[in-house]
Each structure stands twice: as structure tokens, then as C-alpha cells.
Write a protein that binds this ligand. Structure first.
Ligand code: 16G
Ligand code: MG
Length: 541
């Protein structure tokens, strides 16, 4: 390691002194103007991680659904997964080191992780459409090269596309070709094969309106569209030509405001979906004949997907297991439906994709989705073996095995992916002959409300039981329990955000009014017991 060069180049990406940032749930995120040094240092760290794992590491420059002025960076581990936890700590240390301590911190990390510095390093870089992203990704590259690493700059990519590239490169292209062309072809081929088998593929299954959040999803979907246009026609809105990224549109806006995005004209019963700013989340929705808005979130997406996969497994007659992984935010109706009607085991993990992904790997088929629309399905080698053996099976079983094979190809198994999920959903709807209303009618969501509360230090709140219960501050959980008892079919929990300096409150109940009241009362309890600052939460918010 040429420490002299590191110091010299680091000075060109100097850290504003005193600035402290955390590697949060999905990497670093803050105002773009504070991130140049973080990018350079994440380039250094990615090179070290690559040397240690002897694999290609990915670096994605994006702030997802956050405002256009923000930016962020996250590292992608060899199998397309989120960075290992011990390296998240190194990332935080390195990002916060003052200039004069940089050398020491780098040496510390290398020693702790037994990095062979002579080893080659290879890092792939991708970025979203934010105005700040190009320059920031150049800073990442500077960091990689200072440590003698090589790189490939993919330029504009969705986050899941970068995960896909990393996965392909580290599996000797068995998974797919590590190019955009490879990604488009793999997914489109699987999609076209699947819908060939749909008996009812009338016009209503063939078109979809997509709100692209004025982000990278628009560019990439446009590039990809002609590969699958024989099977599905997509109409793009909020494609970045006019509006601002994530402003009044995108999956996060639609989910949290429970209303349609601006800039999209919706006729009754038309199927619509929204991506977020880096295209790793998707939610669906429609207007019914009375003009009412219906949201189909990640929970209902998981239900559609897991019930279809379970049917395929039954068809094949195999005892392979399937499990669904959710978080505390999953609507109570979805959990009940999955467990009681579909008889699929459901597990709850902490918020953040890495937790869900990890749990889902325990099953032959693990379907995981956050209510906010981030998710995918993972398949074990046992499933692949079964498909390979299916040649000897009778015709009907062979057909199911073939479908399963295409579904596996269509899912981005490296990460939740709005484009890939969209094609899976569209294929299932066509194969099952389901309209968007029929899908929505699988169960009725319990009315719910999410609020946030400002506190002096959100770390005073700690949780257990996959964030469903507060351990500290004392008395908070007991208060929540008492409040919940006042309402029917109710549930509430609080957790410190992993991405913002706030405490999040979630409540659901049998009516919207009750959910709103409960959320408000719980917010007040947080304010009083956990050191609230600023304005007290008010009824009516
Ligand atoms: C990040 C997570 C997302 C999670 C959200 C929670 C990834 C890739 N993204 O965006 O899964 O739902 O944080 O945010 O893990 P919060 O902690 O602020 O509620
Ligand atoms: Mg995102």
C-alpha cells in the first residue's frame, strides 16, 4: 500500500473536519455536498474488501428515494449481497477519520481483516441520475486506483443492475453475462417464455403504466422495453424529462402518502406501478370505478408471488419448503392471510433488506418483501436440482418445472429489483388470468398510519422481537400496550430510523380513524418518554 499516495490523494478529497456520518441501513446518505471524501474512502475500502475476498466488489452511488439534492454510497459484496457487518463498522471508521489518521485507520482495517495487500483488486461502479452522482463516482474510482485496484465504470445503472453485475462476475457468468445487454436478455427471455404459456392473454394483461420517479428506472426500462414489447407494453411516466427526482412521485411517495403520483393520468381499473429513485422498489395501484385509490404494496406482491410458487411446488409434487419473510411493517391482514389461508410459514425480521435476505436464504424458496415494495425470491440449489431431474417427469409436472425455471431466471436473486419484480408480477397475472382488482381482493389491508417523532437522541429507544417491542426507555412498551388495547384489531410499534434522525411510529387498527388516533397517541408517548424535541405530536397531524 503506497501510503504516501493515499495521503496525497486524500487531501484532494478532504473531509470537512468534525463531520460524522454513519454507514446506515443502506450505506451512507446525506446532502451530496458532504460526500466527496466519503466516496473516495469507500473506493479505498472497496479495494481492500476486493483484495480480502479475492472477488469483484460493487460500489453504487445513489440516495434511492431521497431528495435529488442528497446522495449516498453503498458497497456490494461478492454474491450481490449487502456489505458484511464488520465491514460496515470499518466503513464508518474510515469515513469519519480525520485526514491525519487516515493511514492508521487503513492499516488497522487491513490488519484486522488479514488483507493481503499484494492481492489484485477489482471494483465495479454504478450511479443513478442525480446531478451530483457523476463527480462522486469519479471520487470512488480515485480511491480504488490509489490502492492499485482496477475498476469498471458501468456509468448509469439501477441499484439492482449493479448487484446483478457483481453477482455475474463472481460466479464466472454462470448466473448471466455481466453486461446490460446480458441483463436485458436474461430477464426478457424468461418473461417471454413464461407468458407464452398463458392461455388468457387478452389485451388487458398487455399494458402497464409505470411511474419511474424521474429516475434511473426510466432510462433503463426504456432501453429494455423493446426486448419484451411483444409480451407487455409499458407506458412510462415521470421519466425525468421534466420533473424532479422522487418529487411527488415514486414508490416511496405513493406508499407513504397512500395516493397516486403526480404526472400520471389514471383511468379506472388501469394497472399502474411506481419505482423508486434507484429502481429497487415497486408498488402497484389502481383506481376503481368509483375513483377510489387502491394501493397494492410489497405485502400483497409477496402474497401473489408466494402463492404462485407454492402452486408450482405442489404441481411438481415435491416436499421443498417455502417461507415468506416480512418486517414489522407488514400489514396484519397479509400475515394472517399467508399463515391461515395459504398455510405458508411467515417470519419477521428487522427492517432493512440485508436482514430479510439473510432469513430468506434458509428456505428452498424464500420470498421476502418489505411493505414498501423492496423484495425478491431466492431459490436453493435443491430447487435447481429438482428442475434438472424433471425431464423424467410426466408432462404436467414438466411444465410446472419449466415455469419454475423461468421464474428463477426472471427474479434478480442478487437484490430486490423493480424491473424484475414487475415482469414476474405481470407474468403471474397473465398466467393466472387475474385482474388487478382480483389480485387486490385476496385480502383487505387493515387501515394503518405511519408517523415520525423528533427526539434529542433516537438511540434511547432500543427494540427486540424484530423491532416489534421497545425495551427502552422504561415504561414505553407498557404504555403502547395499554393504548393498543383501546382499539380493535390493533397493533403498534416504534423504532429508531436507520436512515434519518427520527423515531418512526406505526399503528394499524380496524378503521382509519382508529389507526390515526392510535398512531398519534403512541407518538405522544414517544415524545414524553423518549425525550421529544420541537413540536408535540398533535391529533390530526
Ligand atoms: C433503507 C433500506 C430499506 C428500509 C429503509 C428503512 C435497503 C437496501 N434499504 O432504505 O430496506 O426499508 O432503509 O428506513 O436495505 P428507516 O430505517 O429510515 O425506516
Ligand atoms: Mg431504493
Amino acid at each position: 500500500m503506497d501510503l504516501g499516495a493515499v495521503t496525497k490523494y486524500s487531501a484532494l478529497h478532504a473531509k470537512p473536519s468534525g463531520l460524522i456520518l454513519q454507514y446506515g441501513t443502506a450505506g451512507f446518505r446525506t446532502k451530496a455536498e458532504h460526500l466527496d471524501h466519503v466516496m473516495f474512502r469507500m473506493g479505498l475500502l472497496a479495494a481492500l474488501r476486493s483484495k480480502q475476498t479475492k472477488s469483484t466488489i460493487g460500489v453504487m452511488v445513489t440516495a434511492s428515494h431521497n431528495p435529488e439534492e442528497d446522495n449516498g454510497v453503498k458497497l456490494v459484496d461478492p454474491l450481490g449481497e449487502m456489505l458484511a457487518p464488520s465491514w460496515e463498522e470499518h466503513a464508518t471508521c474510515l469515513a469519519n477519520a480525520e485526514e491525519q489518521d487516515m493511514q492508521r485507520v487503513l492499516i488497522d482495517i487491513s490488519e484486522k481483516e488479514a488483507v493481503n495487500l499484494q492481492q489484485d483488486a477489482f471494483v465495479v461502479v454504478g450511479r443513478d441520475t442525480r446531478p451530483s452522482s457523476e463527480k462522486l463516482s469519479q471520487s470512488v474510482i480515485d480511491g480504488v486506483t490509489v490502492l492499485g485496484g482496477e475498476f469498471h465504470d458501468y456509468g448509469l445503472l439501477t441499484t439492482p443492475q449493479l448487484h446483478y453485475m457483481v453477482y455475474c462476475r463472481n460466479t464466472g457468468s454462470r448466473y448471466g453475462k455481466a453486461t446490460l445487454e446480458g441483463y436485458y436478455q436474461k430477464l426478457s427471455k424468461a418473461f417471454m417464455e413464461l407468458i407464452k404459456q398463458a392461455s388468457c392473454s387478452g389485451d388487458e394483461y398487455r399494458s402497464l403504466k409505470v411511474d419511474c420517479a424521474n429516475g434511473i428506472g426510466a432510462l433503463k426500462l426504456r432501453e429494455m422495453e423493446h426486448y419484451f414489447s411483444q409480451g407487455l407494453s409499458v407506458q412510462l411516466f415521470n421519466d425525468g424529462s421534466k420533473g424532479k427526482l422522487n418529487h411527488l412521485c415514486g414508490a416511496d411517495f405513493v406508499k407513504s402518502h397512500q395516493k397516486p403520483p403526480q404526472g400520471m393520468e389514471i383511468k379506472s381499473n388501469e394497472r399502474c406501478c411506481s419505482f423508486d429513485g434507484d429502481a429497487d422498489r415497486i408498488v402497484y395501484y389502481y383506481h376503481d370505478a368509483d375513483g377510489h385509490f387502491h394501493l397494492i404494496d410489497g405485502d400483497k406482491i409477496a402474497t401473489l408471488i408466494s402463492s404462485f410458487l407454492k402452486e408450482l411446488l405442489v404441481e411438481i409434487g415435491e416436499s421443498l419448503n417455502i417461507g415468506v419473510v416480512q418486517t414489522a411493517y407488514a400489514n396484519g391482514s397479509s400475515t394472517r392471510y399467508l399463515e391461515e389461508v395459504m398455510k405458508v410459514p411467515v417470519y419477521c425480521t428487522k427492517t432493512g433488506v440485508k436482514h430479510l435476505h439473510h432469513k430468506a436464504q434458509e428456505f428452498d424458496i424464500g420470498v421476502y418483501f418489505e411493505a414498501n415494495g423492496h423484495g425478491t425470491a431466492l431459490f436453493s440449489t435443491a430447487v435447481e436440482m429438482k428442475i434438472k431431474q424433471s425431464e423424467q417427469l410426466e408432462e404436467k409436472k414438466r411444465k410446472a418445472a419449466k415455469m419454475l425455471e423461468n421464474i428463477i431466471d426472471l427474479f434478480n436473486q442478487a437484490a430486490g429489483d423493480a424491473i424484475s419484480d414487475m415482469l414476474v408480477i405481470e407474468a403471474i397475472l397473465a398466467l393466472k388470468g387475474l385482474t388487478v382488482q382480483q389480485w387486490d381482493a385476496l385480502y383487505t389491508d387493515l387501515p394503518n398510519r405511519q408517523l415520525k417523532v423528533q427526539v434529542a437522541d433516537r438511540r434511547v429507544i432500543s427494540t427486540t422481537n424484530a423491532e416489534r417491542q421497545a425495551v427502552t426507555p422504561p415504561g414505553l412498551q407498557e404504555t403502547i400496550n395499554d393504548l393498543v388495547k383501546k382499539y380493535k384489531l390493533s397493533r403498534a410499534f416504534v423504532r429508531p430510523s436507520g436512515t434519518e434522525d427520527v423515531v418512526r411510529v406505526y399503528a394499524e387498527a380496524d378503521s382509519q380513524e382508529s389507526a390515526d388516533h392510535l398512531a398519534c397517541e403512541v407518538s405522544l408517548a414517544v415524545f414524553q418518554l423518549a425525550g421529544g424535541i420541537g413540536e408535540r405530536p398533535q391529533p390530526g397531524f
